[in-house]
Design a protein around this ligand. Structure first.
Ligand code: FMN
Length: 188
């Protein structure tokens, strides 16, 4: 199986929400879908969103990366998609994170300042700047925002366990009511 890595830049088409109102809802939805889909085919990477622009890095099996990129390119939530890196990869460079999300953090602000850049405009990044961004994704300290496949599985198992417990509880209650009715009937 051949591996590849890909990075692109794009512009969001939606109106940005003020940063202090938390994670932009459009981005939150994109992340949910990405984590679900990418986890299934072992695609890893990271998504930066800031100044209404995206920078995304993906690595995994070539076929999966290409298929996913085709879907992403057809998404109306962004435009002016510029491919920055598209090349074979010898071995995976990320651990098991499905899709890291990094908002414009202090790390990225420092990176921009060190290159004398006023705003986050990944379409104009040089290849060295792209590599630095990927390294920031890899070593991101925003761990609380990360979801890994195992975590998702644990949550799913918990939901299944709860619904089994609920069913057993309802069954027990039904048996008790039936018993009470039979008892009441016998007393009359
Ligand atoms: C900036 C951006 C990044 C995205 N990244 C991914 C991604 O990594 N994986 C993914 O499956 N979908 C991603 N999407 C969403 C896709 O465009 C598409 O909506 C989604 O794959 C459809 O999945 P579904 O058929 O399971 O609903 C992204 C969309 C945008 C706008």
């Amino acid at each position: 199986m051949s591996l590849m890595r890909l990075a692109y830049a794009s512009e969001a088409t939606f109106e940005p929400k003020p940063v202090e109102q938390g994670v932009e809802p459009n981005v939150a939805r994109i992340l949910m879908t990405s984590r679900r889909n990418n986890g299934r085919c072992d695609l890893v990477g990271g998504l930066y969103y800031g100044d209404n622009r995206f920078f995304q890095y993906l690595e995994g099996a070539e076929e999966d990366v290409r298929k996913t990129y085709e879907r992403i390119k057809g998404d109306s939530r962004h435009r002016n998609i510029t491919t920055l890196i598209e090349e074979p990869l010898e071995k995976r460079t990320f651990s098991n994170w499905s899709m890291k999300y990094v908002p414009l953090s202090a790390d990225v602000r420092r990176f921009l300042a060190s290159h004398n850049l006023d705003s986050f405009d990944p379409a104009s990044f040089t290849s060295r700047q792209c590599e630095e961004m990927i390294e920031l994704v890899r070593s991101s300290s925003q761990n609380q925002k990360l979801v890994n496949h195992d975590g998702e599985m644990v949550t799913r198992q918990k939901v299944q366990a709860y619904s089994l417990g609920l069913r057993m509880g309802l069954l027990g209650a039904a048996v008790c009511i039936l018993g009470a009715l039979v008892f009441a009937g016998a007393m009359l």
